[in-house]
Design a protein. Structure first.
Length: 1095
């Protein structure tokens, strides 16, 4: 695989030991230059952002190695005014080591206002340093009135209708027992739950036609009812159906259905259950039938016809070939439907600029995706950049500096609109096709141009824009895209294009949500991959293997005659015969299928605009001949977060696990921490809390998480309940909704993410504002949870507790109530921080009651451990999860934590280091073992290669994080098992914060038997921190540390607590604790030599 470089913020982990022993240090390594000036100035975590709508933005920087005791910020109207000493706000000297939350307190900021700023610091000796280089920020449109006359516009605004009266003909050859034709089908419930189902073939023991009707009962039911209307034996002439080409004709007129086979009327019946809809097929087994052609005529509207020429396939599944469409193609039991969807609309607006341009800004919001360009040049990071929200609550807009894209004279703005989550058509488990915001794609834009002569020119979206149907005939966040290049107007994105024949754009109904600026990292292409292997698995069927699972988009480079369709199907897993396992599940469609019809104009390159997914393999049909090396490549797509951590050690397996964990986290980061991008793409809250420490130590997720936590607030019900996925619809994840909670009920292990993510942001990034920003939401959640986990028992056994476990985990309550306790302690801590003493006392008192009840129920005082109580004559049971969470979350009786962890270690040793835990206990388990003297046990657990283990996946060539421990896991593209990566940093390398924003940190490594070195670097808010140890030939060990300025640090040497005869300059012995000699370490670099203690 050849991968375009995604530069880590710190470089490769393998170089760690080298720079620590090198003679000099770069500005990045020390956090500042030789002048002592701060570096990396940011506003709300973003470098020089455009489009802020935070009225009191936070100014951020990284201090130099000499530290920080005070700062001074100046903000001016321009860089020139700043240099001239004419600020509009001067903070004066502020005694603070905080480099994250210097809040702007100058004159109120106005829409579009640009400000330049700089900062200087005083070191710990109160010496003033140099000013930083100037930085800037620019406000967005702060008032809805700032959008002026800009309207929401689109093209085909009414959803396409299905057919009522019609004649449907299907030419087919039966290959299996039978297949179904679906008529007047509509997406109700989780499938096309409203439809007539006409089954033809071997039915009830004889060649027959059976007519059934599907009905979705509504309410809280997730099921569809199937009612048989009639079974009619076929005439003797059709005694043999299989292998013979036939024509089925269905005439629907009002409530009457008439069915004929090869012109012979088989049956006529009357039923008025279903009035209109689309049509399609359903097959119980792969290859049940070949559909050679389909035709539909209707008296009141255009019909439909396809013969699958050139490999084209307008349906949501099946495998097109020379003889037609094979149903099903590896996805039996899925509806294969003609989607009711308009082509992606094209919109454009030409305009003249009479003079040179001094400044231009484009503000754009979309319902769905907007692929924008100006004079044929792309704007921003692509159509997926902003991610998505619950559009009835919040709609994100982006601000772009387009000054360089506009010229004097004729210009044109152009956009293609995709459906995204705004216009989902496929029925699915989460009811996104029924979301309250569902509509056809639309956009709103405002272009402001300031000419060099001072004149201002404004262009807004309105009916003066022109529109046309585009070449993207269908796009789906789940199913993929269908693109016919023959239909693309050549040059439509350029100013020279003649759009006289295009129609005026139409004004759309605005989404109900408020417009909010998006300043989180864009979801965009970050790397290009080439296949590591290509294989023809059957004649004309090619499989491209990219070596590992990524999330992204395929790129096709091909040539051929006009009308030839090339199909690309993305998948995670191969079958034994080398073909792919086509993805399906929870969405009523074949997933990740991309079809491109050639224009026939020579070499053509196509990358889907709106669809993405997780895949390792791309199965391709329709090529004119053997592929070239670059016929199919892949673009990796995720939130473009910066890498802030590196880890490397002497165990190749652990390095591979770390790499797979990072890949899993990125594969599932798309403006939210999502899951299984091959299948769902949902923001499962519990999954994210499990991997949150790993995400925050590896990547700068602060901006993306801030956006996502706003989604939490949007999703919260008036009762305080949170759904398990965010964003979501009102029909999933709430009490009495037809989705998750209909079956399981509220789930505290998921809901607690609303507490854990802000806690991680405060700890890792020093973000205290997020506590205040989310406190009301978290307080309502804790109070809601207290309505069903009530005293005196505080017990909750419904729903799910530990998840994706490898063995027994104890009662659901043991997990759920433990996380409720964490909600309460978190709510108390947040209230204390915000000066709310009464609230803090209320939550602390309730937490104490929960702790007492929990220990009364589960604590085995004699064994100094937690047990699942004896029930039904069965003895009490030990479970690893039950003995991890109480220690990690603070439930364990005072003074008993060591005993509990000792028992946990003994259980693991007795089981040959086999894990029984799921994702929630796994997050804490390795660190608890290491911190309580069982580092060797943690290391043995991490380096196992039999199931369940990370090494087992790698042994089976899975270089990502599957959804479950076994190879039969539904998806091999998840992230919650990536939690092990945080232990690599905080356990093996020992680099961990002990106060918000790394104001205090420890270098506290464990040195397990069998490992000769380990180290990590983290770019903290205060600069680069590092911890690296290695064993020496003389039996001693060396711990090298790098401590950033404005940081109080300790080095914990695992040497039994013995004071060293000689310590590095500036290091000071503090105490003996947990078998370690603890030293205070000043900012800078130092090395400790010591004799390690086994363990």
């Amino acid at each position: 695989m050849v991968k375009a470089t995604r530069r880590d913020a710190l470089g490769g982990g393998a170089a760690l030991a080298g720079w620590l022993t090198a003679g000099g240090a770069s500005a990045l390594e020390t956090g500042g230059g030789a002048t002592g000036a701060p570096v990396d100035p940011r506003v709300e975590y973003a470098p020089s952002p455009i489009g802020l709508d935070e009225p009191r933005p936070r100014l951020m920087w990284r201090p130099p190695a000499v530290g920080q005791s005070a700062y001074q910020v100046q903000v001016a109207g321009s860089e020139a005014e700043l240099a001239a000493g004419r600020p509009v706000w001067d903070s004066g000297k502020v005694a603070s080591a905080d480099a994250v939350e210097a809040v702007y307190a100058g004159p109120p900021l106005a829409s579009r206002q640009r400000r330049a700023w700089r900062v200087r610091l005083w070191d710990t000796a109160d010496r003033a340093g140099a000013w930083s280089a100037p930085a800037a920020f620019e406000m967005g449109l702060l008032d809805p009135a700032d959008w002026g006359e800009a309207a929401w516009i689109g093209r085909n605004l009414a959803p396409p209708r299905g057919w009522a009266d019609q004649v449907l003909t299907v030419d087919f050859t039966l290959k299996g027992r039978f297949f179904d034709v679906l008529l007047r089908a509509r997406p109700e419930g989780k499938t096309y739950g409203e439809a007539y189902v006409l089954r033809i073939g071997e039915v009830e023991g004889a060649p027959s036609l059976m007519v059934q009707v599907r009905q979705y009962p509504g309410g809280a039911s997730p099921q569809v009812k199937l009612r048989k209307l009639k079974t009619t034996p076929l005439p003797a002439a059709f005694a043999t159906l299989a292998g013979q080409r036939r024509r089925l004709a269905i005439t629907a007129k009002g409530a009457t259905l008439s069915v004929s086979l090869d012109g012979v009327v088989i049956d006529t019946l009357d039923d008025a259950t279903q009035a209109e809809g689309t049509f399609g097929f359903l097959a119980p087994e792969a290859g049940a039938a070949v559909i050679h052609g389909v035709g539909l005529t209707a008296p009141d509207r255009p019909g439909f016809e396809t013969r699958f020429e050139g490999g084209d396939n307008p349906f949501t599944g099946g495998d097109p070939g020379p003889d037609g469409l094979t149903i099903a193609a590896g996805v039996p039991g899925k509806d294969i439907m003609l989607p009711l969807a308009h082509p992606a609309p094209l919109l454009r607006r030409g305009f003249e600029v009479a003079g040179l341009v001094a400044r231009a800004r484009l503000y754009v919001a979309a319902g769905g995706w907007a692929d924008f360009s100006l004079n044929g040049r792309a704007i921003g990071a692509g159509p997926l950049a902003t991610g998505w929200t619950a559009y009835d609550k919040r709609v994100l807009y982006a601000a772009h500096d387009v000054t360089a894209l506009i010229g004097e004279g004729r210009n044109v703005l152009a956009a293609e609109l995709g459906r995204g989550w705004y216009g989902v058509t496929e029925p699915n488990e989460w009811y996104f096709h029924k979301a309250p915001w569902t509509a056809e794609p639309a956009m709103r834009a405002r272009l402001e141009i300031v000419r060099a002569d001072g004149e201002v020119q404004v262009l807004v979206t309105n009916p003066s824009w022109k529109s046309a149907d585009g070449p993207t005939l269908f796009d789906s966040i789940y199913a993929g895209e269908r693109h016919d290049a023959r239909l693309e107007p050549r040059g439509w994105r350029t100013a020279a294009f003649d759009d006289a024949a295009w129609e005026p754009a139409r004004v759309a109904k605005a989404p109900a949500g408020r417009l909010v600026a998006a300043i989180h990292e864009p979801v965009t292409g970050v790397a290009t991959h080439r296949p590591v292997a290509t294989r023809e698995v059957s004649p004309g069927v090619w499989v491209f293997d990219f070596g590992r699972i990524i999330t992204g988009q395929p790129v096709l480079a091909a040539a051929g005659p006009a009308g030839r369709t090339i199909s690309l199907v993305l998948a995670e897993k191969p079958r034994k015969d080398g073909t792919i396992q086509v993805a399906s599940g929870l969405i009523d469609a074949q997933l990740l299928t991309f079809r491109y019809t050639l224009a026939g104009t020579g070499p053509e390159t196509w990358r889907p605009a709106f669809g993405y997914g997780g895949f390792r393999y791309v199965q391709v049909t329709g090529l004119a001949g053997p592929p070239a090396p670059d016929t199919v490549t892949a673009v990796e797509v995720h939130s473009a977060v910066a890498s802030i951590g590196t880890f490397d050690c002497g165990d190749a397996l652990l390095n591979q696990i770390h790499d797979a964990a990072r890949q899993g986290l990125l594969n599932n980061l798309h403006a939210a921490q999502t899951d299984t991008p091959t299948l769902e793409k949902n923001g499962w809250t519990g999954d994210a809390q499990a991997s949150s420490a790993a995400a925050a130590v590896n990547f700068d997720v602060a901006r993306t998480w801030t956006k996502w936590l706003d989604d939490f607030g949007d999703a919260q019900a008036p009762s305080g309940e949170l759904p398990e996925i965010v964003p979501t619809t009102p029909f999933y994840g709430y009490e009495n909704s037809p989705g998750w909670n209909y079956i399981w009920g509220p789930t505290p292990a998921w809901d607690v993410a609303a507490f854990i993510l802000p806690e991680e942001m405060a700890l890792r990034f020093g973000d205290r504002r997020i506590e205040a920003r989310t406190q009301a939401m978290r307080r309502r959640l804790a109070d809601y949870t207290a309505t069903f986990i009530k005293g005196p028992d505080f017990r909750y056994d419904r729903g799910l507790g530990e998840y994706a476990a490898a063995g027994p985990t104890g009662p659901v309550d043991a997990t759920s109530t433990a996380f409720f306790f964490h909600m309460l302690t978190g709510a108390a801590a947040s209230a204390r921080q915000l000066g709310q003493a009464e609230e803090a006392a209320r939550y602390a008192a309730l937490a104490a009651q929960v702790r007492e009840a929990y220990n009364r129920r589960y604590w085995d005082a004699a064994g100094r451990r937690y047990l699942a109580p004896a029930t039904g004559g069965k003895p009490a049971v030990y479970a690893q999860t039950m003995n991890v969470l109480p220690v990690a979350l603070g439930l364990v009786p005072d003074g008993q934590a060591q005993a509990v962890v000792d028992g946990l270690a003994a259980d693991l040793v007795a089981k040959n280091y086999r894990l029984d835990v799921g994702v929630y206990a796994l997050r804490y388990l390795p660190r608890l073992l290491g911190d309580h003297g069982h580092g060797d046990v943690a290391y043995r657990v991490a380096t196992r290669t039999d199931e369940p283990s990370w090494g087992f996946w790698l042994k089976n060539d899975i270089r990502s994080m599957p959804e479950g421990w076994g190879l039969g896991a539904r998806s091999w593209n998840h992230h919650y098992f990536a939690s092990i990566s945080s232990w690599f940093y905080e356990g093996l390398a020992g680099l961990r914060p002990t106060a918000p924003g790394y104001a205090r940190l420890q270098a506290r490594p464990i040195l397990p038997t069998g490992l000769d070195r380990a180290g990590a670097t983290i770019l903290t808010p205060r600069g680069l921190a590092a911890s690296h140890w290695r064993r020496e030939p003389d039996g001693l060990a060396v711990l090298e540390v790098a401590i950033p300025g404005a940081c109080v640090a300790e080095a914990w040497l695992p040497n039994g607590g013995e004071r060293l005869p000689r310590a590095p300059a500036g290091a000071r012995f503090l105490r003996k604790e947990a078998g370690c000699a603890v030293y205070a370490v000043p900012p800078g670099r130092g090395a400790f030599r010591f004799k390690p203690k086994a363990g």
